[in-house]
Design a protein around this ligand. Structure first.
Ligand SMILES: [Zn+2]
Length: 296
């Protein structure tokens, strides 16, 4: 191999330190390249150069964008081919392929669309309906039937975990506030043990009252899907309204690590009042200023 700058012949593969500026973010990493020992220049090599570029893009995507694996997963779980998915998000198939293999990074517009989809897969229906004119009625209906919105991405999987925990805690009928507290305590104990979020929920300390962003919607969904019953108790003026599961969940529905935590919480709080459980939440109030959030 000959250096094309100085024509030297001392060209060797070595781990080269890269400093790239990608969309105003500095990405630094080592990757093998062919280097001329005489002039220290990089000698082009199709395979190594491409691998080094992809490595830089991957690092950028993991930190600031959307990893290529997530794009593939998102599309596959929606049950869409590259062609159909590209058409719905409005890019050429070739462009989507280059995102999926990591040859390029989505531009700001597609990055925005992909992040929205990752956060909520139902956005696909809005994208589809916004471009309804580009499909025949038959094609459109076929697409609607084809798209799978169940278990679509990690966030929805997470939702199902939260649903199962709620159902597990409401086995004997329990107030919504207490379910919320038990969720927080599960999150707290899980975080203390494994240093990461269990549910990914936003726990909010709202004027000294525990709240969970989107909690009411989750409960309403469970009630609408007949997985949870809403029961009014007129005999007591303390807990007027509580929820009770109609779908019994067991240890089989959970990862053993998760089940160990929630089972202990359930046992510990079985006989405690809402006020006592809430007090326990307040004693454990925790703010973690990181992406592994627990905020209360
Ligand atoms: Zn050289």
């Amino acid at each position: 191999m000959i250096c094309n700058k100085c024509k030297g012949i001392n060209v060797r593969e070595e781990n080269y330190h890269h400093v790239l500026n990608i969309k105003n973010h500095i990405i630094e990493y080592d990757a093998p390249r062919f280097i001329c020992k005489d002039c220290r220049g990089i000698v082009p090599d199709k395979e190594l150069d491409l691998a080094a570029t992809i490595k830089g893009y991957d690092l950028y995507s993991a930190k600031y964008g959307i990893p290529k694996e997530d794009i593939i997963l998102l599309r596959k779980k929606l049950n869409l081919s590259q062609e159909l998915f590209a058409k719905i998000i409005g890019c050429a198939k070739k462009t989507l392929v280059s995102y999926e293999v990591g040859y390029s990074i989505p531009n700001d517009i597609y990055m925005g669309v992909l992040k929205l989809l990752k956060a909520d897969n139902r956005v696909i229906l809005e994208l589809l309906s916004a471009n309804k004119d580009s499909y025949s009625k038959e094609e459109y209906n076929k697409l609607i039937n084809r798209i799978n919105l169940k278990n679509n991405n990690s966030i929805v999987d997470k939702d199902e975990l939260v649903n199962n925990i709620i159902l597990y805690f409401s086995e004997n009928g329990v107030s919504k506030t207490k379910v919320m507290c038990l969720l927080f305590l599960s999150e707290y104990n899980y975080y203390m043990k494994y240093k990461k979020s269990l549910t990914n929920l936003d726990f909010i300390n709202n004027s000294n009252y525990l709240n969970i962003f989107g909690f009411e919607d989750t409960i309403i969904n469970l009630i609408n899907n007949k997985r949870l019953q809403l029961i009014y108790d007129v005999s007591s003026n303390k807990e007027m309204c509580y929820v009770k599961t109609s779908e019994y969940v067991t240890s089989d529905d959970f990862d053993p690590k998760v089940f160990e935590i929630i089972e202990a919480i359930k046992k510990e709080h079985k006989l405690l009042s809402v006020e006592q459980t809430l007090k326990c939440v307040k004693n454990n109030a925790l703010f973690i200023n990181s992406t592994d959030k627990i905020v209360f």
